[in-house]
Design a protein around this ligand. Sequence first.
Ligand SMILES: Nc1ncnc2c1ncn2[C@@H]1O[C@H](COP(=O)(O)OP(=O)(O)OP(=O)(O)O)[C@@H](O)[C@H]1O
Ligand SMILES: [Mg+2]
Length: 228
Amino acid sequence: MKEAMVQIQGLDFCYQKEKPLFRETRAEFYGGQITGIVGLSGCGKSTLLRLINGNLSMEKWPDVSGQILIEGKNRETWNQDELIQKMGTVYQDPDCQILFSHVEDEWVFGMENYQLTAEVMEERMTAVCDLLQIHHLRYRNPNHLSGGEKQLVILASIYCLEAEILILDECMAQVDPDGRQLIGEALQKLRDAGKTLIMVEHEEKNLQIADRIYRVINQKLIEEVISG
Ligand SMILES: Nc1ncnc2c1ncn2[C@@H]1O[C@H](COP(=O)(O)OP(=O)(O)OP(=O)(O)O)[C@@H](O)[C@H]1O
Ligand SMILES: [Mg+2]
C-alpha cells in the first residue's frame, strides 16, 4: 500500500486539561481518496483540520503530544511556505473566502503570489475549467453565483495553486441539494485526479462519496466499515 499523504500518530490534544479532545489517536489520509470525518458537535473535528493545515500550531499548546506527518515528514519540520502551497482549505461559508467581484481575478490573485507566468496561469485555469466543467463560471461575478457554484470557484482556486491536500470543513453545509450535488461531483473529480481530500461533514449523507470514514468516538478516530 502506498504511503499516506497525511498521517496522525499518537495524537493527544486539549485546549484545557479537563476537556481532552483527542487521546492517543491515529489516522491516515491517502491520495486519490476522499476520507470523511464525522462526530458530534464540539468533538474536535475542526480542531483536527486546523492542526493538519497549520492554523493551529501544536507547539503552542502545553499538553499536546504526537505528530502529524505530511508525506512521511513531521509537519513542524516542513518549510512552512511549501506546506501552505500543498494544502487548501474550504470552509462552510464561501462568502468569507471570496474576495473579488470577478471569478478569474479570484483565481489569478492566488497564483500571483507564486510568480507564475501569464501562460502558466492560463493553462491552469483552462485545466480546472475542463476538469470541473466550469467554463461558464469563469467570467461571472461570484456574488451572483449560487452557494454551490461559489464553492466550486474556491475549489478551482485551490486547484490552480496545485494544492495536493484539500481540507473541507463542512463545505456542503450552507448549500441546497443541487449545490451539494455540484460540489460532490467536483470533489469526486478532484479525487480521481489524485488529490487527498479530508472532509468533515455534519450530515452523514454528504459523505456518501467518501472512500473511507472516521468517526470521532471517545477522543479517538475510529474507522468505519463502509459496506457496498
Ligand atoms: N481556540 C480555542 N480555545 C479553547 N477552546 C476551543 C478553541 N477552539 C475550539 N475550542 C473548543 O474545542 C471544542 C471542539 O471544537 P471544534 O470546533 O473543533 O468542534 P467541531 O467538532 O468542529 O464542532 P462542530 O461540529 O460544531 O463544528 C469545542 O468545545 C470548542 O468550544
Ligand atoms: Mg467544526
